[in-house]
Design a protein around this ligand. Sequence first.
Ligand code: R5P
Length: 285
Amino acid sequence: MIVIGGTSSRSLAQDLAQELDAKFVKANVVRFPDGECYVRIEEEELDDDVIVVQNTHPDHNLVEALLLQDAAAGLGAMKIITVVPYFGYARQDQRFKKGEALSAKVMVKTLGICSDHLVTVDVHKPIILDWFKGKTDDVHAAPCVGEFFNGHGIDLVLAPDEGALQRAMEVAKVIGADVDYLEKTRLSGEVVRMAPKNVDAKDKNALIVDDIISTGGTIEAAANQLKIFGAKSVTAVCTHGLFTKNALDRLRKCCNAVYSTNTIENEVSVISVAPQIASVLSGQL
Ligand code: R5P
């Protein structure tokens, strides 16, 4: 078993190789002056199953992922398993308006050109993986998130909307905390409102759990609501920390702490999802 780390996910790939007791290979990736990507795996051959770990967001990372798959195939990889920690375009899983591209389908199918098995982490809508021609797994980050917060004194785990409740329940189960959810309405790209709904947060240390933090609008609205309910402290955690614009600064004003997993490497990505990816993969290899 060989793990190849693309530029978006090198430390996660190294963690994964360690968890799987596999060889880690750092691909040589450079950009030509015109921006095109050049990929080389400096090995004589890859006579084994190969795991390529690389995000597909932003767009240039997708190109790198495809080139890494092809480089591995060119060196004789037996099976190519593509681990996409943060799968971009998963939110465009339908043609919401006539004439739109079905982006999620395009991305899933493209990744299948040179890969036998696609692994994602908390992909926004797991149903999109049905467009992949081979085997797929969507790994849940919740066990790793729950482990991280064990012993942190969290009393209440909160989902910012009902759709995120299952994830919050998985985290709460590991921590042994209560769980509840808010009712979210998105007013615009960055502005979110929480509908009046009673949550027993008085004097509690609350943890808000979401899959993605992008602008931070969702977490900001949830944190403000928890303060109104009398929460003692509010911590936010997400799987995928995109933190667009100044989201982290914005969230540090309304939360006591903000964390993410390492599906996207950033200054708060302190929770590794490698153990969970490894446990899903090792059950099948
Ligand atoms: C939405 O369905 C997702 O689960 C997240 O809540 C959303 O992407 C967060 O975006 P933002 O940080 O911009 O509010």
